[in-house]
Design a binder for this molecule. Structure first.
Ligand code: NAD
Length: 259
């Protein structure tokens, strides 16, 4: 199969573009190059202008819709518009997360109840909420992909409440994969190595984390957003038709290493 035809005739919703550094944007470029038609959802008015400009410049004609995932009515509205415009789709990329900056610093021990619930709500529950509204429109063979990080399994300094939310997200991937498998819909996660993005900046000493990882990966380098996008493209395409409920690492092998 030629890469430029891997997703030809397929429609995907991409959630989580904030700017050109977003992993979701790299995924959108890979999917578009593979022939997919795309819809984008952005968090709120603050992100609208930037996302609109990017999409107009590089993927004019794509649908552009607001959706703050903490708001059920916004997710309902997103689903209603996609149903009206497209009728059906072939998959969703869920590439979003949030935790309070002060909880991504210091000890996990100090996590507040409010900060814990907020991180879980946006970074983990939203996958279930979005899947619940969209799966009736997803065609057999469809693919739902989310983004996770190894801080779900191991203690990564300052990642704290987000690591716990990613553990919950990864468990959600398995439960959703079991629920939707009989309908021929697959659900997987890409566990990306650390990449400099807007969200990553919120984690204290993120640059130090990058340096520490780079020397230790088997490939002696960090994965970039385009490589993560390539893994997402595989998971979106028929090449991965038997893969579901999986956490696939795009991290230059860092996950296999001891300390
Ligand atoms: P990013 O800041 O570009 O993207 C995060 C997105 O989350 C933004 O578009 C933001 O608008 C969106 N978001 C936050 N709260 C939201 C809400 N309430 N409603 C809707 N959208 C909301 O950063 P990124 O690094 O591209 O992050 C994308 C995904 O990749 C996240 O799940 C992140 O945890 C994951 N990830 C990132 C790294 C990394 O090192 N950058 C590594 C592994 C996994």
């Amino acid at each position: 199969m030629n890469v430029d035809q891997m997703l030809s005739g397929k429609k995907f919703l991409i959630m989580g573009v904030a700017n050109q550094r977003s992993i979701a944007w790299a995924i959108a470029k890979a999917f578009s190059s593979a022939g997919a038609e795309l819809a984008f959802s952005y968090q709120n008015e603050r992100f609208k202008g930037k996302v609109e400009k990017l999409v107009e410049e590089e993927m004019a004609g794509s649908l552009l819709l607001p959706c703050d995932v903490t708001d059920d009515s916004a997710i309902d509205n997103l689903a209603a518009i996609i149903k009206e415009k497209w009728g059906a789709l072939h998959g969703v990329v869920h590439s979003l997360a949030y935790a309070k900056k002060e909880e991504l610093d210091g000890q996990y021990l100090n996590t507040s109840r409010e900060g814990f619930l907020l991180a879980q709500n946006i970074s983990a529950y939203s996958l279930t909420a979005v899947t619940n509204r969209l799966y009736p429109m997803i065609k057999k063979g469809g693919s739902i992909i989310t983004l996770t990080f190894q801080g779900s399994e191991r203690v990564v300094p300052n990642y704290n409440v987000m690591g716990v939310a990613k553990a919950s997200l990864e468990a959600s991937v398995r439960y959703l994969a079991a629920d939707l498998g009989p309908m021929g819909i697959r659900v997987n996660a890409v566990s990306a190595g650390p990449i400099r993005t807007l969200s990553a900046k919120g984690v204290k000493d993120f640059n130090r984390l990058l340096e520490g990882v780079e020397d230790k990966t088997p490939l002696r380098r960090l994965a970039d957003a385009d490589e993560v996008a390539g893994t997402a493209l595989f998971l979106a395409s028929e090449l991965s038709s038997s893969v579901t409920g999986t956490i696939l690492y795009a991290d230059c092998g860092y996950n296999i290493m001891g300390n």
